[in-house]
Design a protein around this ligand. Structure first.
Ligand code: SF4
Length: 319
């Protein structure tokens, strides 16, 4: 069996962000009340390594803030904890997420010297009006320039996107996906926008100026985006926010398309359409549908939804 990919997540909420984007309150979402010190980071890495099976492909991931917004000295305090694990072969690399306007050649050269292999930029939308409404503080052109610099320095590039930000539309989300491909990303994450307490978006929501996507809408948009990225060979690392303590308890968001199994909903919907196509639009028709082993749960559908919708379909696992 192929070795599994594992990520050791180090969450540094809003660290080094120049301000808060309109929708963001990482502390509320994560239910984490402080920023980890480099010493705490080492403890987390060791705890994870103790439980990850040998032979796994492991990466240490710094996310939740703007890593490269820290001074080089502060970045190195964290990297100096993580890099020895790359050097001694216990992990394969380090990845981090940051803002597109915090990328310079000096920053990239320092990251190269410290075992970082993947840089994910929060692009969120590649439409300037949406970026402005979300108070992101950067433009599409800055994402393009940072992406190009990252690729020139031989890092793997990830571009994360959000859907349903103020002013976003399905067409804008699809053109964002197209630009993510054009800018050379090899991976992405798709996050539906949630209304999180103590944010500008929460005020706009309370005053009726912002309406989040409904869950069905978000699933529908993601379906198209996922298929697009699949066709472009861009790995979708995540769809939907991680069901953190804050989100599960309900204290971390006020409204919006959160679902604990968001990806499963999207994949079920994709399989729904595939099956419907094979049945030529006749849900009660009989058929045997061949499914790759890893996708059987998606084909049967979340909560058996596709099994119920297509009662005369049998699923055969591909050999
Ligand atoms: S840059 Fe990212 S982490 Fe920082 S405030 Fe904006 S969305 Fe939140």
């Amino acid at each position: 069996m192929a070795a599994k990919h594992r990520v050791i997540p180090i969450f540094i909420p809003q660290k080094a962000c120049p301000f808060r984007c309109a929708y963001c309150n990482q502390f509320a979402i994560a239910g984490q009340d402080h920023i980890l010190s480099p010493e705490e980071v080492d403890g987390i890495i060791q705890q994870h390594l103790a439980t990850i099976p040998e032979g796994s492909h492991i990466r240490i991931a710094f996310f939740g803030g703007s890593f490269t917004g820290m001074s080089i000295e502060e970045q190195n305090q964290y990297l100096d904890v993580a890099y020895p694990y790359v050097q001694n072969g216990k992990v394969e690399g380090i990845q981090l997420s940051t803002r597109p306007d915090y990328i310079t050649p000096d920053i990239l050269e320092n990251l190269q010297r410290h075992g970082v292999s993947l840089i994910e930029l929060g692009a969120q939308s590649l439409d300037d009006e949406v970026l402005q409404a979300a108070h992101r503080g950067h433009t599409v052109q800055q994402v393009q320039e940072a992406s190009s610099m990252i690729r020139q320095h031989d890092f793997e590039l990830g571009l994360q996107m959000m859907i349903g930000l103020p002013g976003d539309t399905r067409a804008k989300a699809l053109s964002t996906a197209q630009l993510i491909a054009d800018f050379g990303a090899t991976c992405t994450r798709i996050y539906p926008t949630l209304v999180v307490p103590h944010t500008r978006l929460a005020n706009d929501y309370a005053e009726g100026r912002y309406k989040p996507l409904a869950l069905e809408e978000a699933v529908d948009w993601c379906k198209d985006l996922y298929l697009f990225f699949q066709e472009k060979d861009i790995t979708v690392l995540r769809m939907g926010l991680h069901p953190s303590e804050g989100l599960l308890s309900g204290s971390g968001y006020l409204a919006g398309p959160f679902h604990v199994s968001f990806k499963e909903l999207v994949m079920s919907a994709i399989w729904h359409d595939r099956i419907m196509e094979q049945l030529h639009g006749e849900p009660l028709a009989e058929a045997i549908i061949t499914v790759p082993a890893g996708e059987i749960n998606y084909a049967v559908g979340y909560g058996g939804a596709n099994k119920k919708r297509f009662p005369n379909v049998s699923f055969l696992i591909e050999k």
